[in-house]
Unconditional design. Structure first.
Length: 582
C-alpha cells in the first residue's frame, strides 16, 4: 500500500518506518508474485480446455482425447489451487510479521502522544495497525497481484477476434472508471462513518467506567440519550457509506455479468458469420470473467481498503510525531537528589504555562511538601518530575543527570508515583503492585505491600495476592485501592517517591501507614515529594514548596515557610501533631 503525501520531515520519518517494516517481507512479496504469475497462467486452463473440447473433441468424437484433456485439466486446476492456497498463507504471515514488527513501536508512540489532548492517532494507533495487517492478509490485497494480468487477458481475447477485444477492453475500461468513481464518492462517507463509530465507542466506554456515578445519581436516561444520539449519527453515516459502496459494488457485479453474456452473444454472432469457432465463443466469456474478477473484488472490498489506507495515514502521522527513543548510556542507580532549575511547563494542548520558572532542590533523606490552592500547578509538577510531561523551559535533574538521559522505563524504576486519581489494571493484586510485569517478584511485592501497610489487607482477601481486580478496582474500596497503589509506587526500591494528594481516600489507619512509609523512605536515604491540601499530609515533611498560579512563592524549611506564609501557622502545626515544635 503506497504511503500518502508526506507533509513534514517528522511525518516522513513515520512513513519511512512503515515502509521499512513492510520491506522486511520483501522476499515473501516476491514469492507471492511468482506464485501469482503461475496461478494466473494456469487460469488459461479453462478457456483452453473449452477450445479443445469444442474444436477438437466434438469434431473428432474421440473419448480418449476427452479423458486425457480432462485429466490434464484436473492436474492443472489442482496445481492452481495449491498455489492460490500457498500465497494466501504467505500473505497472512506477511501481515502478522508487519504487525509484530510495529506492535511495540506503535504502543510506545501511543503512550507518548496520549498526553496530547484530542490527538486521534494516539487513540486509534493499535486499531490502525490491525486494519493494515488485515488488508495485507485479505483477498482484496491479493487482487493487486492479479490486477496486472487483466491487460494480458484482454489482449488474449483480442487475438480471438478484434470485435471481441473491443468489447472486452471497453467493458474493462468502464469497470475501472466505476472503481475510480467509487473511490471519489465513498471516501467521505466511509471516513465519517468510521469517525462516528469511534466516537460512539469512546462514549460507551466512558459511560461504562463511570457506571457507579451514573447509576447512583439517576443519570441513566440522560446518559443513554447522549450515547444514543451519537450512536444514531454513527448508524446514519454507516448506512450512507453502505449505500454508496453497495451501489458501486452491485453496479460492478451486474456489469461484469452483462459483459460475460454480451461476450457470449457477440461470440455466437461471429460463429454464425463463420469468423470464429464455438470454442472461441465460450473461451472468450471465461477469459473475460477472469480478467475483470480483480476489479470486482477491489470494488467489493473498498470499505476495508479505505479503512486500511486511513490506518496507514494515521500510523505514519503517529510515528512521525512520536519518534523512537534513542539508545541511552546506562547510568548507575542515582542518589535521591532531585533539582529543578527555572522549570517552566506548558501542558500538552494548552497555550498557557502552568509552572513558571520554578526552582527547588531536594536532598537525600528529605521529604518536600508542595502546597498551594487548586490549579496552582502541583499535579503539573508531579507529572513533569515523572517524565510524563516535558518542560517547555528549564531543567529537572536526578543526581545531576537530566531526566531525558534516562530511558523512560529506567526512570520509572527510580521513581515511585502515586497519582491523584488511582487506577488499577486488569490482573491480580500482585501483578498490579509489581507494575504489571509478567512474572512478579514475590519478595519485592510482599515487601512493598508491608511498607504500605497493605499486607494484612491483601491476605485477608479470599485469594490474597492472587485476587483479581479490574480497572475500577473491582471489590476494593477507594482507600484499599489507594494503599495498593502506594505499594505499587514503593515496589522495587525507588529512590524518589512522588505522592499527589496521597491521603485523599485514606482513613486514619491509612494515613498513619502513609506517614510510616515516608519515614522509612527518609531513613533509607530516599527522597519524598508530597503534593497536598491537607495539613496531615505534610506531617513528615522537612521542606515546603508553595505554589500559586504556577509561581514559587516560598521554599525552605517547613516551620519557616509556614511562619512566613500562614498567619495561623501555630494552629496548623498543632492540627498536624507538631505543636511542640518551635
Amino acid at each position: 500500500m503506497p504511503p500518502p503525501n508526506r507533509t513534514s520531515g517528522s511525518v516522513h520519518d513515520g512513513f519511512a518506518e512503515l515502509v521499512a517494516a513492510r520491506r522486511q517481507s520483501r522476499a515473501l512479496f516476491w514469492t507471492v508474485g511468482l506464485f501469482s504469475f503461475f496461478a494466473n497462467l494456469l487460469m488459461l486452463t479453462g478457456p483452453l480446455y473449452m477450445l479443445q473440447v469444442y474444436d477438437r473433441v466434438l469434431g473428432s468424437q474421440s473419448e480418449e482425447t476427452l479423458v486425457a484433456l480432462s485429466l490434464l485439466v484436473a492436474f492443472l486446476y489442482g496445481t492452481m489451487g495449491i498455489l492460490d492456497y500457498a500465497r494466501g498463507r504467505i500473505m497472512a504471515r506477511v501481515g502478522a510479521r508487519f504487525q509484530a514488527a510495529l506492535d511495540r513501536r506503535v504502543f510506545e508512540a501511543m503512550l507518548k502522544r496520549s498526553a496530547v489532548a484530542n490527538d486521534p492517532a494516539a487513540q486509534t494507533g493499535l486499531t490502525d495497525l490491525e486494519s493494515v495487517q488485515r488488508i495485507l492478509a485479505a483477498p482484496a490485497f491479493m487482487a493487486l497481484f492479479d490486477l496486472p494480468w487483466t491487460p494480458f487477458f484482454l489482449f488474449g481475447i483480442s487475438l480471438f477476434h478484434p470485435w471481441l477485444g473491443i468489447l472486452a477492453v471497453s467493458g474493462g475500461t468502464l469497470l475501472v472508471l466505476i472503481t475510480v468513481l467509487n473511490q471519489i464518492f465513498s471516501r467521505q462517507p466511509v471516513q465519517q462513518a468510521n469517525i462516528s463509530s469511534h466516537r460512539a465507542g469512546l462514549m460507551a466506554e466512558e459511560i461504562r467506567h463511570e457506571a457507579e456515578t451514573i447509576q447512583s445519581m439517576g443519570m441513566r436516561g440522560a446518559a443513554f440519550d447522549r450515547w444514543n444520539h451519537t450512536r444514531d449519527e454513527s448508524l446514519v453515516e454507516s448506512v450512507l457509506a453502505n449505500d454508496v459502496g453497495g451501489s458501486f459494488s452491485s453496479l460492478t457485479k451486474t456489469l461484469r455479468m452483462f459483459l460475460q453474456s454480451a461476450m457470449l452473444g457477440l461470440g455466437a454472432y461471429l460463429v454464425l458469420q463463420g469468423e470464429v469457432t464455438a470454442g472461441v465463443m465460450i473461451a472468450g466469456s471465461i477469459l473475460l470473467g477472469r480478467a475483470l474478477a480483480p476489479i470486482e473484488q477491489l470494488v467489493g472490498h473498498w470499505p476495508q481498503i479505505q479503512r486500511a489506507r486511513r490506518g496507514w495515514q494515521q500510523l505514519g502521522e503517529l510515528l512521525g510525531k512520536a519518534p523512537p527513543d534513542q539508545p541511552r548510556t546506562a547510568l548507575p542507580k542515582p542518589a535521591a537528589r532531585l533539582e529543578a532549575h527555572a522549570l517552566t511547563v506548558v501542558p500538552p494542548g494548552d497555550t498557557r504555562a502552568k509552572l513558571k520558572t520554578v526552582s527547588f532542590k531536594v536532598d537525600p533523606g528529605i521529604a518536600l511538601g508542595v502546597i498551594g490552592p487548586s490549579g496552582s500547578g502541583k499535579t503539573t509538577l508531579a507529572r513533569t518530575l515523572t517524565g510524563f510531561w516535558k518542560p517547555a523551559g528549564g531543567t529537572v535533574r536526578l543526581d545531576g543527570a537530566a531526566l531525558d538521559q534516562y530511558a523512560p522505563d529506567v526512570l520509572g524504576q527510580h521513581m515511585g508515583y502515586l497519582p491523584q486519581r488511582v487506577q488499577l489494571f486488569d490482573g491480580t493484586i500482585a501483578e498490579n503492585i509489581a507494575r504489571m510485569v509478567t512474572v512478579p517478584d514475590s519478595e519485592k511485592v510482599v515487601a512493598a505491600a508491608k511498607m504500605a501497610a497493605a499486607h494484612d489487607l491483601i491476605v485477608s482477601l479470599p485469594e490474597g495476592y492472587d485476587t483479581r481486580v479490574t480497572a475500577g478496582g473491582g471489590r476494593l474500596s477507594g482507600g484499599q485501592m489507594q494503599r495498593v497503589a502506594l505499594a505499587r509506587a514503593l515496589y522495587d526500591d525507588p529512590v524518589i517517591l512522588i505522592l499527589d494528594e496521597p491521603n485523599s481516600n485514606l482513613d486514619n489507619e491509612g494515613s498513619m501507614a502513609l506517614n510510616n512509609a515516608i519515614k522509612a523512605m527518609k531513613a533509607a536515604g530516599k527522597s519524598v515529594l508530597i503534593m497536598a491540601h491537607r495539613p496531615s499530609a505534610i506531617q513528615e515533611c522537612d521542606m515546603l514548596l508553595v505554589l500559586d498560579d504556577g509561581h514559587r512563592t516560598a521554599f525552605g524549611p517547613k516551620e519557616q515557610v509556614l511562619r512566613e506564609m500562614v498567619t495561623n501557622h501555630q494552629e496548623l502545626m498543632k492540627s498536624s501533631g507538631m505543636g511542640g515544635m518551635k
